[in-house]
Design a protein around this ligand. Structure first.
Ligand code: TYD
Length: 210
């Protein structure tokens, strides 16, 4: 295991939960406080990863297992090319999704065996693990309402049963490791959620010393 002096912060949740907004707000907060960091997203974050993302969101030929293989390839490239170098140089990395998404979507919702996902994710993420993970939890109906005006991708077009399984999957994952996870109610005001994230981050990692 390499010596990684940086910290890895992960945001997870169902579609429309606000994790992308909150990842970006946190990145701005670090920027304003002169904290060296990197913001990445999964699937994507590299040239090849973004191409894989496009296939994942639009190809009708995929099933749960082929999704998992594509996601793992994108993850391995992102972790090796961007995340590990940043952590080695002491940066904070904010990741909009990580392998917990595979557990929730491909595992809980598509039915792929958890042990397959965990083993593959371990290999693909080169065994790095986050320092803190935020689950922005919203109900399936809120998720649906927030996405109502957008053009829907393959995952967003899935049934409410699918999205319920994703949400419940996340809640079980988060509740099984309370040292790592912080569950936040995602239906609050954007600024309120942001403040809660800063508070929880400082409580666990003491990143800001002002
Ligand atoms: P994302 O861009 O985060 O979606 P959104 O911003 O709409 O919440 O992720 C794209 C889709 O990829 C999302 O529907 C969830 C799916 N996904 C998986 O199914 N498994 C995974 O491991 C990851 C990282 C994403």
């Amino acid at each position: 295991m390499k010596n990684l002096s940086g910290k890895l912060i992960v945001f997870e949740g169902v579609e429309g939960c606000g994790k992308t907004t909150q990842s970006q707000l946190l990145s701005k907060y670090f920027y304003d406080n002169n904290i060296d960091h990197l913001l990445v997203r999964e699937p994507g974050g590299t040239e090849t990863g973004e191409q894989i993302r496009s296939i994942l969101l639009h190809s009708e030929e995929l099933n749960g297992l082929s999704e998992l293989f594509l996601l793992s390839a994108a993850r391995q490239i992102l972790i090796s090319q961007k995340v590990i170098p940043a952590l080695e140089s002491g940066k904070i990395v904010i990741s909009d999704r990580f392998y917990f998404s595979s557990l929730a979507y491909q595992g809980y919702a598509r039915g792929i065996d958890e042990s397959i996902i965990l083993n593959l994710s371990k290999v693909a993420s080169l065994e790095i693990s986050p320092d803190i993970a935020f689950l922005l939890d919203i109900s399936t109906s809120q998720s649906f309402n927030r996405k109502i005006n957008d053009t829907k991708d393959r995952f967003e077009r899935e049934s409410s049963t699918f999205h319920n399984s994703v949400r419940n999957g996340y809640l079980s994952i988060a509740k099984s490791d309370q040292d790592l996870w912080r569950i936040i109610e995602g239906d609050k005001q954007v600024s309120e959620v942001h403040q809660e994230i800063i508070f929880l981050l400082n409580e666990k990692l003491s990143l800001i010393t002002q």
